[in-house]
Design a protein around this ligand. Structure first.
Ligand SMILES: [Zn+2]
Length: 184
């Protein structure tokens, strides 16, 4: 396993559409492991292939159980996801605004409005077809990652400059800061 280098917005690959995964090889399993490791090491809750320069439709997500001292774990924590060739089937009409950051845009955070839940189909690491419905923070993370597969970044969803702000590098790496949990 290896921690891969996360690319930032200077790299045009973040603006390109990733290709469908067609073969479920041991290489894909290795890639998924590396992505989980990279995401955890960077303190993120999600990571998509293009963020490490791999232009394939794969993303990982995991909300860590450990938060700030004295806080109870997030109800959606404790499970890791590897989703391949994800497609959104349906989203709620109800939308929610939430804070987001991006491992590829380390100096910015903002408020993004997204559907409250999302239903999607995808393939698992063995190529088996799966369907799932997630809400709240996981829905936000999944949609953020699927955007990455299409070359879309969270800042693209923000029209009001007051909803986008700069953060210090130190704040970004402080995992005990609950808000920084939304970095993907
Ligand atoms: Zn991101």
């Amino acid at each position: 396993m290896a921690v891969r280098n996360v690319i930032n917005t200077d790299d045009q690959r973040l603006r390109q559409k990733a290709k469908k995964v067609k073969r479920f090889t041991p290489g894909i399993k290795q890639l998924a492991q590396d992505m989980l490791e990279t995401m955890r090491s960077a303190g993120g809750v999600g990571l998509a292939g293009p963020q490490i320069g791999v232009m394939q439709r794969i993303f990982v997500a995991e909300i860590p159980a450990a938060r700030g001292e004295g806080e109870s774990p997030h109800p959606q924590s404790g499970r890791s996801y590897v989703l391949i060739n994800p497609e959104i089937i349906k989203t709620s009409t109800e939308r929610a605004e939430g804070q987001e950051g991006c491992l590829s845009i380390p100096n910015l955070q903002g408020l993004v409005e997204r559907p409250q839940w999302v239903q999607l189909k995808a393939q698992d690491i063995n190529g088996r077809k799966i369907k799932l419905k997630v809400d709240d923070l996981l829905a936000r993370v999944f949609m953020h990652e699927i955007d990455h597969l299409d070359g879309v970044l969270f800042v693209d969803h923000i029209n009001d400059p007051a909803k986008l702000w700069r953060v210090e590098d130190e704040a970004q790496s402080t995992t005990s800061e609950p808000m920084s949990q939304n970095t993907a």
